[in-house]
Each structure stands twice: as structure tokens, then as C-alpha cells.
Write a protein that binds this ligand. Structure first.
Ligand SMILES: Cc1cc2nc3c(=O)[nH]c(=O)nc-3n(C[C@H](O)[C@H](O)[C@H](O)COP(=O)(O)OP(=O)(O)OC[C@H]3O[C@@H](n4cnc5c(N)ncnc54)[C@H](O)[C@@H]3O)c2cc1C
Length: 355
């Protein structure tokens, strides 16, 4: 069996197959995630790209960034996509029933299709790393990434999306990773036959609770209020191993080496209740990843980057799309659509600059 390699250009892990783009270099076979990376390597094996300025840099590769990347390549905008990870929150969705073309599809499957289209596109350069700072001087943006890398461009599209909110109760920092977890289907298998709790009352929390209960975990959904979509509530009612406790606030997490108990307060009686659990999955909403640009753009009280209907921030050349922004509707389809729209707006901006 072939072992995983790392693409020498973008840093993405690659599993070599007969279709994997390769090149020979000093007697060694190098494997690339896409033809784009192989071509980039062929042009510049030493990767002396320090002064190169792209037309556009996209930061983030959730549905908004991936769709923007595909669109940018199709419209011949010289683009670099820089992202920490691929797929964003869509990766965590257990069952997507609201994306056209699919009656129902799991998040990782949909993301796999997005990625294939993205990496099959030879005109798109990409880099897997975290962006740490963005600055603008005159007409050029400088995008700083981990390891001291700096990329330059004429326009930047921000699609950094959101991350999960923390519980902020005593015990959370100590037991993070030792029983305090974020839900993913792959994790759920481990808790078959065990007592677990999911904190939260929205769609993500209910999807997580259903995922656990379906795999045999004795699951309690602990919520202040229970606001999930009706189709999910119906599924909850059909699950014998899933109990919904509403009107409860988490108070603290207890245990020794690992998490053993979740203590909640009943909002009505004010009394504390102790729930013995091996894991608590925290699904209480999301916060926008806007810290990076708070000095550059207007960020509202929810932490979202304010954009106009053409995805423009107040700073010329700086655009934003998807869940990061104040655009109504946090959905895969909406983020993907906004990413595409932003690229059309960027194309107009770049045309204006060339004239
Ligand atoms: C559990 C769960 C289930 C969901 N189920 C559904 C569903 O069924 N249907 C639906 O329509 N929507 C669903 N959603 C919502 C949907 O996934 C989001 O609306 C969508 O993913 C938003 O896309 P985005 O590209 O704007 O941001 P995100 O998906 O958040 O992607 C952001 C990207 O930016 C990258 N990034 C962040 N910071 C940096 C940085 N500093 N440097 C480089 N890269 C960075 C991240 O690694 C990530 O790749 C669900 C969400 C969750 C959490």
C-alpha cells in the first residue's frame, strides 16, 4: 500500500495513486495534489515567489472559499487560496438535505466533491496554512501566514467562516479533549452503550444528539431552549435512547483524569442536577473568525464582518463572503453562492484597476 506524501508546493497530504500528478526531481518522485501545484513547481522548483503578486487571495476553504476558488479559476483571475483546512463546518454536518442535486448527502461526501472540483482546476494555486495577519499598503495586500510566509495580491476575499462557541464553565479547559468534545460522526462510534450529553438546542446540537443515539449512546440533549427545525424534532421523538432536558443551564464539569459528570441548573427550580457522563459535546452556536481583520474592516456586535450586497467591506479591494459576514442565512448553499458572487465583484474591481 502506498504511504501518504506531502505536496511540496501547498503542503496538502497526498495519497499516491495512478492518477496523482508527479514529477521527478534529483532522482526522487514528487507527488502533487493537483496539476496546478505540479505546474507551479515546474516553473519555480526553488519556490522563490516572494515578490509575486496575485490578483486575488482567498482566505479560507469552506463552501464560500471553495466555490470562490472554482469561480475565480473559471473566470481566469490569477488566484491563490490559503486555508487552514478544507471543507469548513460543512465537513461536520451529518446529513445535508437542503443542497440542490442531492436528496440527502453527508458533509464529508459533499466536501469531497467540492474539493475534487477545486483541485482538478489547474489554474488555481493553493496553500494549506493558517493566515495570521493581513495588511494593506498602497494598492497591495500582504497576507501573512504561519511559518513566516507572506503572499501578496491586489484583492483579498475573506471566507474564514465560524468556529464553535465554548461553554465557558469551570472544568471546560481541564477536560477539553478528555471528555469535552466537538461532535463528529467518527467520534460517535466510540460512545456506543455509554452515557453522554450534548449541550445546545439548535440544529447542530440535535444532529449531534441523533448521531450519538443512533450509534447506541445513551444521550441527553441539555438545552436552555429547544429551537431545532421540526423535521429534526420528529427524528428525536423516534429515538428511544435520546432524552431532551430543556430549561437547564450547564454549571460545571467534574471528574478526575477524565470527565465524569456534567452539573446543570434547572432554570425553574434553581436546583442543581448531576448527570454522570463520559462525554459532553458542546454545540451552543458559533462565533465568526473575524479577529484577523478587526483593525481593517467594520465588525458588528455579533463579530460578523459588515459587507454590502456585493460582498464589499469598507476597504477597497477587500471582500468577504459566507458565514463570516452579516449576510442573512448561515447555510452551505448561501455561503457557496456568496463566494461566487464575491468573485464576480472582485473581477469588476480588478478590471477597473487595469483601466
Ligand atoms: C454541525 C453543523 C451542521 C451543519 N449542517 C448544515 C446543513 O445540513 N445544511 C446547511 O446548509 N448548512 C449546515 N451547516 C452550516 C454550514 O456548514 C455553514 O453555513 C457553511 O459551512 C459556511 O461556510 P463558510 O465557507 O462561510 O465558512 P466555514 O464553513 O466556517 O469555513 C471557513 C474556512 O476558513 C478556514 N479558516 C478560518 N480561519 C482561517 C485562517 N486564519 N487562515 C486560514 N484559513 C482559515 C477554515 O479552516 C475553513 O476552511 C452546519 C454547520 C454545522 C457546524
Amino acid at each position: 500500500m502506498e504511504t501518504e506524501c506531502v505536496d511540496p508546493v501547498c503542503g496538502k497530504p497526498v495519497l499516491p495513486t495512478a492518477q496523482t500528478p508527479t514529477t521527478e526531481c534529483q532522482g526522487e518522485t514528487l507527488y502533487f495534489c493537483s496539476r496546478a501545484c505540479r505546474d507551479k513547481f515546474a516553473c519555480d522548483p526553488d519556490r522563490k515567489l516572494a515578490d509575486y503578486a496575485y490578483d486575488l487571495i482567498i482566505v479560507g476553504a469552506g463552501p464560500a472559499g471553495i466555490s470562490a476558488g472554482i469561480y475565480a479559476a473559471l473566470t481566469d483571475i490569477d488566484t491563490l487560496l490559503v486555508t487552514k483546512s478544507l471543507g469548513g463546518q460543512a465537513w461536520d454536518s451529518t446529513r445535508i438535505v437542503n443542497y440542490p442535486g442531492f436528496d440527502s448527502i453527508e458533509g464529508p461526501q459533499l466536501v469531497g466533491r467540492f474539493q475534487k472540483q477545486l483541485f482538478d482546476e489547474p489554474r488555481l494555486a493553493h496553500q494549506i496554512c493558517e493566515v495570521t495577519r493581513i495588511e494593506k499598503s498602497r494598492d497591495t495586500f500582504r497576507v501573512h501566514a504561519e511559518d513566516g510566509q507572506v503572499f501578496q495580491s491586489r484583492a483579498v476575499l475573506l471566507t474564514m467562516g465560524m468556529r464553535r462557541r465554548r461553554l465557558a464553565v469551570p472544568g471546560e479547559p481541564e477536560f477539553r479533549g478528555k471528555g469535552v468534545l466537538e461532535y463528529h460522526d467518527l467520534l460517535a462510534e466510540r460512545y456506543a452503550g455509554k452515557e453522554v450529553a450534548v449541550v445546545g438546542g439548535g440544529n447542530s446540537a440535535v444532529q449531534a444528539a441523533l448521531g450519538l443515539a443512533k450509534r447506541g449512546a445513551r444521550t441527553r440533549l441539555v438545552a436552555r431552549s429547544y429551537g431545532a427545525d421540526p423535521y429534526l424534532k420528529e427524528e428525536v421523538e423516534a429515538q428511544a435512547d435520546l432524552t431532551v432536558l430543556t430549561g437547564r443551564d450547564p454549571v460545571r464539569l467534574e471528574g478526575s483524569d477524565r470527565l465524569e459528570r456534567l452539573v446543570v441548573r434547572n432554570q425553574e427550580s434553581g436546583e442543581e442536577e448531576v448527570l454522570p457522563v463520559e462525554a459532553v459535546f458542546v454545540e451552543i452556536g458559533l462565533v465568526p473568525n473575524s479577529e484577523l481583520v478587526r483593525e481593517l474592516v467594520i465588525v458588528n456586535e455579533r463579530g460578523e464582518v459588515e459587507v454590502d450586497r456585493n460582498c464589499r467591506t469598507g476597504l477597497p479591494g477587500l471582500y468577504a463572503a459566507g458565514d463570516l459576514t452579516n449576510t442573512f442565512g448561515k447555510r452551505i448553499l448561501i455561503a457557496a453562492g456568496e463566494g461566487a458572487k464575491a468573485v464576480l465583484a472582485v473581477a469588476e474591481f480588478l478590471r477597473g484597476k487595469k483601466h
